[in-house]
Design a protein around this ligand. Structure first.
Ligand code: PHE
Length: 459
């Protein structure tokens, strides 16, 4: 296995790269995070804002990451040093830090998914109320053990390397995810509540959007970055393994198309099942999907089989995202400290497990205060800061390199390249600045209103 820059690994095919990027994008963000964000932020009104962020901000921001990654062919820290200037390595350092925080709680949720997959097989969640089952399994020894199992799977795949591990893994996972969800969506369509669910999910209330934009905007921005794996160098790292000159814009559109399609498809699975089972979806919080899906599967015909399929699919999706998160850190460790991939992966994975342990052992149970502390920090603040700073390196300081790189594999873009740089450099920066400010205000409110009282109660 290569562990030096000279023989750095590459994807074996372009499809391998696209699938890996899709595999990174599609994950708990689409299935666990997206539905509860929709539920907390007013249904279809949130969906509209989210779609606007994904298309208008996500695509140009993703191209920025691709450009930096392919241009340099390096891990995020060295890539930023090379593309920008030596001091930009701190931004790469921030990306590595975000990777630790994000994966630490992501893996706990991955453990919950495994728990519910087992629960579907044994029928254990069907014999009690979905809410009390969730509070039993969400925190405590079980949660910690399954968090360990999930991290172990991540370590095993990533230790095998770019081609044998990641690329091979996602080639199986991505098609499986799409096939299973398509089946479940058809199943959802046949249910009684389907039409009401489609109305809630697909016809936006513009009045609600206008009245609540201060909370919808930062949450849509956070969800947009989270779901597209942007703002922490995943797409830099993955594009650094590209060997040929491809059309990056086409790749970006393909990846975003898949990811958005799968999010929308997830809603088409989740909401009809919930509505026909009479579950109140606006009951918000990180447990929402688990509580509601368990309630739904318990009362539906063939609920157990559908439950197994559903959670198995989610586990695969979570795994393919997790391997991209840890790969940012692993590739940095391999390049920078010249340690072997296997050893780097085991060490980093263990550290991430420990960082996630407080989330798995959270004494607040159903309220998931520690999870909220991590998730709001990572998604609403860190990813948005990461994205903003990255965009500024490229658009303010290094436009020539960016233009030159984006034109590779496409030919002379003339004015399109300038349009792209202007979009990311001006409107995107302004909107993200607003979203970040609103996100920080909301985080401070969360700390004051929820987290500090929680700490005072338990310490
Ligand atoms: N995009 C992944 C998901 O939706 C999460 C993720 C975020 C992965 C940031 C990598 C980087 O689940």
């Amino acid at each position: 296995m290569s562990n030096s820059n000279a023989e750095r690994e590459t994807w074996s095919t372009r499809i391998g790269f696209i699938l890996a990027a899709v595999g990174s994008a599609v994950g708990l963000g689409n299935i666990w995070r997206f539905p509860f964000q929709v539920g907390q932020n007013g249904g279809a009104a949130f969906v509209v804002m989210y779609l606007a962020f994904v298309v208008l901000i996500g695509l140009p921001a993703m191209l920025v990451e691709f450009v930096v990654g392919r241009r340099t062919g390096m891990n995020t820290v060295s890539a930023l040093k090379e593309f920008g200037s030596p001091r930009w390595k701190y931004l790469g350092g921030l990306f590595v830090f975000i990777g630790f925080v994000l994966l630490s709680y992501y893996s706990v949720i991955g453990g919950w998914v495994l728990r519910y997959m087992i629960g579907s097989a044994t029928g254990s969640y069907m014999t009690q109320s979905a809410g009390s089952y969730f509070s039993e399994v969400a925190t405590g020894f079980d949660a910690l053990a399954l968090h360990a199992v999930f991290m172990f799977a991540v370590i095993a795949i990533v230790a095998l390397g770019v081609k044998r591990g990641i690329e091979f893994g996602v080639k199986l996972m991505v098609p499986a995810i799409i096939a299973i969800f398509a089946l479940l969506a058809v199943y959802g369509y046949t249910l009684d509540g389907a039409m009401d669910a489609y109305a809630y999910y697909l016809s936006p209330d513009m009045g609600y959007l206008l009245a609540n934009w201060q909370s919808i905007v930062p949450n849509a921005a956070a969800q947009g970055f989270f779901t597209l794996s942007l703002g922490m160098g995943v797409m830099i790292t993955y594009a650094s393994y590209l060997s040929e000159d491809e059309n990056l814009a086409v790749d970006g559109v393909t990846i975003i198309g898949f990811n958005t399609g799968i999010s929308i498809l997830t809603g088409l699975v989740v909401f009809p099942i919930l509505f026909s089972a009479g579950v109140n979806y606006s009951r918000a919080g990180a447990g929402a999907v688990f509580i509601s899906m368990a309630e739904a599967f318990s009362s539906l015909p063939f609920g157990r089989v559908i439950g197994i399929l559903f959670f198995l699919t989610v586990a695969l999706a979570a795994l393919s995202s997790s391997i991209s998160l840890i790969e940012v850190i692993v590739s940095y460790a391999i390049d920078e400290f010249n340690i072997q991939r296997v050893r780097a992966t085991v060490l980093i994975g263990t550290a991430i497990f420990l960082l996630g342990a407080p989330v798995a052992l959270d004494p607040s149970g159903l309220d998931t205060h520690i999870l909220n502390l991590y998730d709001k920090l990572a998604a609403n603040i860190l990813l948005v800061i990461g994205g903003l700073l990255l965009i500024s390196v490229v658009t303010i300081f290094h436009t020539d390199k960016a233009l030159d790189e984006i034109e590779k594999g496409v030919g002379n873009l003339v004015w399109w390249g300038h349009v792209w740089l202007w979009i990311v450099g001006v409107p995107v920066v302004v909107v993200l600045g607003v979203a970040l400010t609103l996100g920080i205000v909301e985080y401070v409110e969360f700390l004051r209103g929820d987290f500090i009282p929680f700490v005072q109660e338990y310490l």
